[in-house]
Design a protein around this ligand. Structure first.
Ligand SMILES: Cc1ncc(COP(=O)(O)O)c(C=O)c1O
Length: 387
């Protein structure tokens, strides 16, 4: 039985008031889509209201993009100039790779715990003569020594996923970025499964490039992601996967020359998904309002309960046991993950996320201990009754 102090309980209940219909279901799928904030719902309406009132309010839309860049900068300790807004993590990474002046036989080092988009985009560079080296995990973990032993003098860029979508394993970013830099390579981080769960300070971690979307733990919406590019590095790069918002003056009709915008803006593409930007601003504001350290502690409490209950009930958990080595995802084996995800949703109104051989439970700050325990009861019932 989980005993909560009344102070913590009241605080969680207060947080829950910010969400739409939070008591009608149990949302443990933040690794896929966070719960809906009332402010996010309102932001979508505001987008429509602005269109009705002002027709084509590009000036307001631009202000929203700028506001989002500032908020993301605050979230990861970067300057606004180091943030580009793009429609997806895939688009961000593609634009980044297009800017690296690879020579024939240069290498990218990656791992098999990355999100597949990172592997696909890296592998596609073979048409530019680039080889991708994929370091395989051993028992769900890629050690920094295995990673380092695969780096050669041809390695130009290494990718590190902060928290793996596949099994919830957390990488020690500083260890990996230091190794990459010692070998003269750029370090790219996919933080889609960690931002909103764990504080990330790009300066302390010495990260060159980082990308994330806002859909999951940042409580935003699909269609908005960003690329952080360290200012000194960005200025030297000339991406070819671009659009009009990558240039100093996007309105240069008939232009015969390129003039890249300053800093990270050079990685931008065309028109953003503006309704999603309105929404994403509100999601990030909520994360900053509650405080990243507080959220980390809360998620750690909940994931520890999930881990202990799953183990007690005989499930095979594929996420590392130590909270030090994981983020907000607990991945465990069930007979048919897609079927169980659907059953939990349709019969119990519990939202989880299937991935490969695993079902993933990913609690956020708004979840309660009672919700976690109810989910365990449902899982045990499904297994015992062979539903
Ligand atoms: C860790 C991680 N990286 C990248 C992606 C892909 O992001 P996008 O669809 O924005 O390209 C996902 C999507 O779920 C993800 O979980």
């Amino acid at each position: 039985m989980v005993i909560l102090s009344s102070h913590v309980k009241n605080e969680v209940l207060e947080w829950r008031r910010s969400f739409v219909n939070i008591n009608d279901s149990i949302n443990l799928a933040a690794c896929s889509q966070g719960a809906l904030l009332k402010s996010v719902k309102k932001a979508f309406s505001k987008y429509q209201a602005d269109q009705i009132e002002f027709g084509n309010p590009w000036d307001i839309w631009q202000q929203k993009v700028e506001e989002l860049r500032s908020l993301i900068g605050k979230l990861i300790n970067a300057s606004k100039n180091e943030i580009a807004i793009l429609p997806s993590v895939s688009a961000s990474f593609s634009s980044l790779l297009s800017s690296i002046d690879f020579c024939k036989n240069d290498q990218i080092i990656t791992t098999d715990l990355e999100y597949p988009t990172t592997n696909f985009i890296s592998l596609a560079q073979k048409y530019r003569g680039v080889e991708t080296v994929t370091v395989r995990n051993k028992n769900g973990i890629v050690s920094s020594s295995d990673y380092e032993s695969n780096i050669t003098d041809k390695t130009r860029l290494g990718t590190v996923i902060h928290v793996s979508s596949r099994n919830g394993t957390k990488f020690d970013l500083k260890e990996f970025t230091d190794i990459l830099h010692q070998h003269g390579s750029y370090a790219y981080v996919d933080a889609y499964q960690s931002l909103g769960v764990l504080p990330v300070n790009v300066k302390n971690l010495n990260i060159d490039f980082l990308s994330s979307g806002t859909l999951k733990w940042l409580l935003g919406a699909s269609g908005t992601a960003f690329l952080y590019a360290r200012e000194e590095v960005a200025e030297k790069l000339h991406p070819t996967d671009i659009g009009w918002f990558s240039q100093q003056d996007p309105f240069q009709f008939g232009t015969e020359k390129l003039q890249y915008a300053d800093g990270a803006l050079r990685f931008q593409s065309g028109t953003w998904s503006v309704p999603s930007i309105y929404a994403s601003i509100e999601g990030i504001k909520k994360i900053l309002e509650i405080g990243q350290n507080k959220i980390t502690r809360r998620i750690e409490t909940l994931t520890s309960i999930v881990f202990d209950e799953l183990t007690k009930n005989g499930f095979t958990v594929n996420t590392p046991e130590s909270p030090e080595n994981r983020g907000g995802i607990i991945a465990f084996e069930v007979s048919n993950p897609m079927k169980i995800e659907k059953l939990l949703r349709d019969k119990y109104k519990i939202f989880t996320s299937a991935r490969g051989i695993n079902l993933r439970i990913s609690p956020h700050f708004y979840n309660t201990e009672e919700e976690v325990l109810k989910t365990m009861d449902a899982l045990v019932e499904i297994r015992n009754k062979s539903l």
